[in-house]
Design a protein around this ligand. Structure first.
Ligand code: HEM
Length: 140
């Protein structure tokens, strides 16, 4: 999926700015990752020794997508998110767990209902597009 730059608002202010900039995105992603570590499906997929790095990568990506600084691409190049997820077992169960943690994080963010709905609409579509297998979650 193409995820270079996100929508900007009519009056010239980006969504990134409208929702409060870096503290907002970093808060949502931290809260999401707090849930990942203890999640039976997602926990084993993420690098336990580099959760701070993972928080930073997702935060920078979302900030860039929503019109904030382009630090993500400066550091990591083109997002190519489907390709970057090819190494992970992203089946519908993993997507559902990912989305339910992300939904809780967005709902706990204190953003207006419209801003929450805008974010979640994008995250839901992006999560569906990340599915790369229908094989069951591997037993560990
Ligand atoms: C559908 C379920 C998903 C699963 C199971 C999943 C899983 C993962 C895992 C295991 C990583 C590696 C963590 C790291 O070291 O950074 C990762 C990275 C990442 N994910 Fe996901 N992900 C999902 C959906 C999404 C969605 C919807 C987005 C974007 C809206 C996204 C954006 C990213 C980004 C930006 C990275 C870091 C890529 C990099 O620069 O290396 N993921 N994901």
């Amino acid at each position: 999926m193409t995820v270079g730059t996100g929508p900007t608002q009519a009056e010239g202010q980006s969504f990134f700015e409208a929702v409060g900039g870096h503290p907002t995105f970093s808060g949502i992603v931290r809260s999401f990752y707090d849930g990942v570590a203890g999640d039976p499906v997602l926990g084993p997929m993420y690098p336990a020794e580099d959760m701070d790095g993972a928080v930073e990568r997702l935060t920078l990506f979302l900030e860039q997508y929503w019109g904030g600084p382009t630090t993500y691409s400066d550091r990591r190049g083109h997002p190519r998110l489907r390709m970057r997820h090819a190494a992970f077992h992203v089946n519908p169960e993993a997507r559902d767990h990912w989305l339910s943690l992300m939904r809780a994080a967005v709902e706990g963010s204190g953003l207006s209902p419209l801003h929450q709905a805008t974010l979640l609409d994008y995250l839901e579509r992006a999560a569906h597009s990340m599915i790369n297998t229908f094989e069951p979650t591997p037993k560990r």
